[in-house]
Design a protein around this ligand. Structure first.
Ligand code: FES
Length: 152
């Protein structure tokens, strides 16, 4: 009487263990492959230097906040409108890499981390940043804004 019960329970336990083992193997493989594939994936079509087109959401933010931080590959670009002119600079501070922001009232680009200040062309005005912010070219094309990195 007990033998048939034991016989019917063993396959169920074994199949549950096999299921957990399978899930574990798949999970392990995914945790190894995902970072590798993500590393190997090429940057966006445009590459890190653009051209980059602002999305509708970024354009809305630009209109409301006077500036927006856009991404081009691994780079961040700050786009702002000052004196009726659209401008764009690298958004990564040259001191320790914090993200800068545009201060429309003072007409400057400011890094909150160590009070670094840049003019609207990215030149250092005050604070510890050792180099200017790289310039980008921002062009309006109809309702779109296209960014490309300025050649040095
Ligand atoms: S990181 Fe910007 S001033 Fe230090």
């Amino acid at each position: 009487m007990t033998a048939p019960v034991a016989h019917s329970v063993k396959p169920a336990r074994r199949s549950i263990l096999n299921w957990f083992l399978g899930v574990g193997v798949v999970g392990w493989a995914a945790s190894v492959l995902y970072p590798v594939l993500r590393y190997l994936r090429p940057l966006g079509e445009a590459g890190a230097g653009g051209p980059l087109k602002l999305s509708a959401e970024e354009l809305t933010t630009l209109g409301k906040s006077h500036f927006v931080i856009a991404r081009s590959g691994t780079r961040k670009v700050i786009v702002f409108e000052a004196g009726g002119e659209l401008r764009a600079l690298d958004a990564k501070c040259t001191h320790e890499g914090c993200t800068v922001q545009f201060v429309p009232g003072d007409s400057l680009v400011w890094c909150a981390c160590h009070n670094g200040k840049f003019d609207l062309d990215g030149r250092v005005l005050a604070g510890p940043p050792p180099r200017p912010l790289a310039k980008w070219v921002a062009i309006r094309e109809g309702n779109d804004v296209i960014l490309t990195m300025e050649k040095a």
